[in-house]
Design a protein around this ligand. Structure first.
Ligand code: MF3
Ligand code: CO
Ligand code: CO
Length: 258
């Protein structure tokens, strides 16, 4: 498999794009509350991306109609921002932002909790965040990529949740999505593919409260849980810089968001 590798001095635009995406996710903490629509959230993100000199990668990507993905409750990923529904007390929402700076991508997402959410929903969000952070700790040059899925499956399983199989993380840089795929469940095919120095990729586990099965709605994008249970996701863009694993989309304000 052809996996691209970058020197630290080659990825400045990727750092910048990642920082912009993360900065806006930080800001959304104060933007998202009961009564706002996902279209209004999308507009906020678009304006801020443009203000900071970037371009929203999802807009018109393979025909996607909006600047961000907003995935509410049972939506696993690729939810389309819409003016149809105001957020309600108890909702959980993923906002996924990818900014492009000079052709380089920075891709990250988080969960937002509207008002008082159920114990189950909170546990799902916390477990999903733990899956992301703990699996990133498994990344090491020369070790198999399957370490990521192994770790995520273990943590999700211990909490009686399931790991979505139909969507995965990905290499990125000049392209939004490229090799390798980063699957979040254990797949022995990835026992033989190792992390290499200089890789840039995302880890973005999607964890369901019920079964892992998904289906796509008639809009051709929105992926939902087949059994209608809640789903959560967190995503970071990661760079392997020798022995140090850099989370390029880390919160600039140290926002604790799980
Ligand atoms: N940001 C998403 C990811 O994590 C991709 C969204 S593609 C879109 O890979 F077309 F739906 F925007
Ligand atoms: Co991604
Ligand atoms: Co994303």
């Amino acid at each position: 498999m052809n996996i691209k590798s970058y020197k630290p001095n080659e990825i400045n635009y990727c750092r910048e794009a990642s920082l912009i995406s993360a900065t806006i996710l930080d800001e959304l903490t104060n933007v998202i509350s009961e009564g706002i629509t996902t279209e209004e959230i999308d507009n906020y993100c678009l304006n801020r991306i443009i203000e900071m000199g970037g371009v929203p990668a999802p807009l018109f990507y393979r025909g996607f109609p909006k600047s961000t993905c907003t995935s509410l409750n049972r939506i696993i990923c690729h939810g389309i921002p819409s003016s149809n529904r105001k957020l309600l007390n108890g909702d959980i929402l993923n906002v996924d932002i990818t900014t492009i700076i000079n052709g380089w991508h920075g891709d990250t997402s988080r969960m937002y909790k509207v008002g008082n959410i159920s114990v189950k929903a909170l546990n799902l969000c916390q477990t999903t965040h733990e899956c992301l952070i703990e699996s990133i700790k498994e990344i090491k040059v020369g070790e198999p990529i399957s370490n990521i899925g192994k770790k995520i499956e273990k943590i999700a399983g211990e909490n009686n949740f399931s790991v979505v199989r139909d969507f995965c993380g990905h290499g990125l840089g000049i392209n939004f999505h490229e090799n390798p795929s980063i699957v979040h469940y254990y797949d022995k095919e990835y026992d033989n593919i190792n992390f290499i120095d200089g890789m840039i990729f995302t880890v973005e586990p999607m964890i369901n409260a019920g079964k892992y099965h998904s289906k796509i709605l008639s809009d051709g994008w929105t992926a939902v849980t087949k059994d209608k249970t809640l789903s959560a996701q967190y995503e970071h863009t990661v760079y392997i810089n020798g022995d140090s694993i850099e989370i390029l989309t880390e919160s600039p304000n140290g926002v604790f968001y799980s």
